[in-house]
Write a protein that binds this ligand. Structure first.
Ligand SMILES: Cc1cc2nc3c(=O)[nH]c(=O)nc-3n(C[C@H](O)[C@H](O)[C@H](O)COP(=O)(O)O)c2cc1C
Length: 200
């Protein structure tokens, strides 16, 4: 199987180098990757709250994360909260806000990877804390935070964090999650498409 190297090399790391600083043009390229992601109906509902390690926005975002994420995110070079702007007068747009955020995040993660950075999606934050701290308007929902960091030498990282980073990454086999003909019938079971039994 030939997965693109940027996809094959991507993973959600936690052991970041606390001294690594991201160049403004690299951060801008990552944000541009989000901006150019497709959105439902082209409505562009995604907004980005951007903190650089050391600034008040970064600290505010860390404070809004759940405890488990506060242990490793301070070493990130940047934290970006992706929000979706709901548009109550056009409910259809609202339906796709999460999809739009996901697509933007996916592009940002791969752009970060291409720039030599790791990007780790985080859903574990307290919406009400971020909303209050950053005065996020009603109808705008923070949905995902991206930690962007430089992967550190595992020997320099807190052992608990290093242990989590060493855990094996697995996926369900492709044949278990792809269907054709009827729901649950594995794609290729008719013999027309030779998918491998296991794809991890
Ligand atoms: C919507 C979403 C929320 C996530 N929330 C967290 C989180 O709060 N903390 C964390 O450490 N990782 C979080 N992750 C990362 C996942 O745990 C990770 O992507 C998954 O285990 C697969 O590992 P991989 O990205 O290395 O392939 C989240 C990922 C997604 C897509």
């Amino acid at each position: 199987m030939t997965l693109h190297p940027l996809l094959a090399g991507r993973w959600s790391a936690r052991g970041y180098d606390p001294a690594a600083e991201i160049a403004p043009e690299q951060l801008e390229a990552i944000l541009e990757a989000g901006r150019w992601a497709p959105t439902g109906g082209g409505v562009q509902p995604v907004r980005y709250l951007v903190g650089l390690r050391g600034d008040a926005t970064f600290t505010g975002i860390v404070d809004g994360l759940k405890r488990g994420n506060q242990s490793w995110t301070p070493a990130a070079a940047a934290l970006v909260v992706l929000c979706t702007t709901d548009q109550p007068d056009e409910p259809k747009m609202h339906d796709y806000g999460a999809v739009d955020v996901g697509l933007a995040a996916g592009q940002m993660i791969i752009q970060a990877q291409a720039e030599g950075w790791n990007a780790h999606p985080i859903g574990g934050f307290r919406t009400e804390l971020l909303t209050e701290r950053f005065n996020i308007p009603a109808g705008t929902r923070p949905l995902l935070t991206l930690a962007i960091g430089r992967i550190a030498d595992a020997l320099t990282v807190d052992p608990d964090i290093a242990e989590r980073d060493r855990r094996p990454r697995t996926r369900l086999p492709l044949a278990e999650v792809t269907y054709a003909d009827t729901w649950g019938t594995p794609l290729g079971s008719g013999g027309t498409f030779g998918l491998p039994e296991v794809a991890e």
